[in-house]
Design a protein. Structure first.
Length: 228
């Protein structure tokens, strides 16, 4: 095998292995998360909280999961005044002038954005999502749930509830965000159909995951011996 062919084979092999390693890491992460979720809902089925907490819970409410997250809420960016000014520049002393006059125009408010605030405790229960911070306390009840949106990397979430006009949500770290995504879907199923249904769905997902375990790149992709 020539040098160029050797180099191409090595690069293709390295690329294939990087993809495989990333897919295997995500697969193993999901296996661990769903197993953790299964254990959590088995405890919930017995009426037991999964994590220790100081939350005052509603009747029949069970705390399933908790982590640190950053609260954010809909707002607007900095506004600006768009227009023109006119006036008179008056000399005060040598080399210094003082301008007087008026400004004409319109104040334009900033673009709508999510404003990020403090970091606090996020709790997921069988009835709602809670944020507890030093300055902000929010809840998103499943009974008022209109939907949710998540960023592509599963770290940032916006929740829509019917009892508030402003959207708001929570930003997590990578690991917690992925775990929250899976737990939230299970909690919503439990709220709608009951905990027994969640256990069945988790078992089905874990079976599907076992069947979809990433495959090692085929022998044709393996690096030539002289490149190992």
């Amino acid at each position: 095998m020539g040098f160029i062919a050797n180099w191409k084979a090595k690069r293709a092999y390295k690329g294939a292995m990087e993809v495989y390693d990333a897919e295997l890491t995500d697969w193993q992460s999901d296996i661990e998360i769903f197993q953790k979720a299964r254990d959590a809902f088995l405890l919930a089925a017995k009426g037991e909280d999964v994590v220790v907490n100081q939350t005052i819970q509603k009747a029949g409410e069970i705390v399933l999961w908790t982590a640190q997250g950053q609260f954010h809420e809909a707002g607007r960016g900095a506004g600006s005044f768009q227009g023109s000014s006119q006036g008179l520049s008056i000399p005060v002393v040598a080399g210094i002038r003082y301008r007087v006059g008026a400004t004409r125009g319109t104040y334009v408010s900033g673009d709508p954005i999510q404003k990020y605030a403090e970091v606090g405790d996020v709790l997921l229960t069988t009835q709602r999502v809670l944020f507890n911070g030093m300055f902000n306390t929010k809840e998103w009840a499943f009974s008022k749930w209109n939907g949710a949106a998540a960023s592509a990397d599963e770290t940032d979430y916006i929740f829509h509830v019917s009892n508030r006009q402003k959207t708001s949500g929570v930003l997590f770290g990578a690991r917690d965000g992925r775990e929250f995504n899976r737990f939230l879907s299970c909690a919503l199923i439990a709220a709608e159909y009951g905990i027994d249904r969640v256990i069945k769905e988790i078992d089905k997902n874990m079976k599907d995951l076992e069947e979809d375990k990433p495959a090692i790149p085929p022998l044709t992709m393996q690096a030539p011996k002289e490149l190992e």
